[in-house]
Design a protein around this ligand. Structure first.
Ligand SMILES: Cc1cc2nc3c(=O)[nH]c(=O)nc-3n(C[C@H](O)[C@H](O)[C@H](O)COP(=O)(O)OP(=O)(O)OC[C@H]3O[C@@H](n4cnc5c(N)ncnc54)[C@H](O)[C@@H]3O)c2cc1C
Length: 266
């Protein structure tokens, strides 16, 4: 039996500016050249926010000169729509189906691609142990044993169901072997628990990620998704400190982490 205890978080895509096209736009509009027009310098993420915001008022070369003050003012005044132009993509693995069920409830500004339980056989799949059962202090060996017992039983039932359906479902009636395999797996997955490990590719814009982190890194969120939100925040903060630097991370008495933003729901 394979158990996962920590999510793996890969930041796999980030925004990129075509600076030649920005220069062409400025020249065509008779606006000041860079760097006078754009205070973000060559930071792509900041520049996308600045260009989209300045375009609204055609304020290139005017107004706030400091990019940090510029972006914080947008967050503070809840001009959140410009943050939708900047997207970051993550691959999350080692997360449970219960986590991804909560994750995909976040609709606005997110795109998802998740490992299919119809196409992919789960016989060799792994399970994610809930954080409360892997904490050293307090030890919860009794509860963990009950869970592992249930997971083993579910894995066993899944394998037996696949084998039984393989024998019972006739090959004719399916144009493609893949369709038959899907019919078997979509039935057998009925016994897979919430703890089943899954992998998901999630792309979201900055406005959406900020809202996700605010909701899911909060003390009242489930511990597993909370830990994931904290990890995603750490990577996003490194990528775009001006857009995520206002989140404050702190530790609760139980040793788990939470985060809350200075600028709520932009
Ligand atoms: C601790 C916790 C417990 C939860 N418990 C439950 C539960 O028991 N049962 C349950 O069903 N869900 C539960 N949820 C999920 C929650 O209700 C939301 O579905 C989820 O957090 C996504 O939030 P959202 O809709 O704000 O996000 P998104 O879907 O990302 O939307 C972002 C924002 O866009 C706007 N928006 C998006 N779609 C629309 C729309 N169609 N119309 C108008 N405005 C829109 C809203 O302002 C919204 O806040 C829980 C969430 C948390 C954090």
């Amino acid at each position: 039996m394979m158990y996962r205890t920590n999510p793996k978080v890969y930041l796999v895509s980030r925004p990129q500016v075509d600076w030649e096209q920005i220069a062409a736009f400025l020249a065509d509009e008779g606006l000041p050249e860079m760097p006078d027009s754009i205070r973000a310098g060559t930071d792509d993420a900041n520049a996308i926010i600045e260009v989209s915001a300045r375009l609204c008022y055609m304020s290139f070369g005017r107004g706030r000169r400091d990019i940090a003050a510029f972006i914080h003012n947008l967050l503070n005044s809840k001009d959140g729509s410009v943050f939708e132009h900047v997207n970051y993509g993550f691959v999350f693995t080692g997360v449970s189906r219960s986590l991804t069920h909560e994750l995909v409830r976040h609709r606005a500004g997110f795109a998802y691609s998740q490992r299919s339980q119809r196409y992919v056989d789960e016989t060799e799949g792994a399970f994610v142990l809930p954080p409360a059962l892997v904490m050293e202090d307090p030890k919860r060996d009794g509860a963990r044993a009950i869970l592992e017992d249930a997971l083993e039983s579910a894995a066993n039932s899944y394998a037996r169901l696949v084998a039984e359906l393989e024998a019972e479902i006739p090959r004719d009636g399916f144009d493609h072997a893949t369709d038959r395999r899907k019919a078997i797996r979509q039935t057998a997955r009925a016994v897979l628990p919430n703890a089943t490990e899954t992998k998901i590719f999630v792309t979201g814009n900055v406005r959406a990620w900020r809202h996700f982190i605010e909701m899911r890194a909060a003390p009242f969120a489930d511990w597993e998704i909370r830990a994931l939100a904290i990890e995603a925040l750490a990577l996003l903060r490194r990528e775009a400190p001006l857009m995520f630097g206002d989140f404050e991370v702190s530790e609760l008495a139980d040793g788990t982490k939470v985060a809350s933003p200075k600028y709520s729901k932009a």
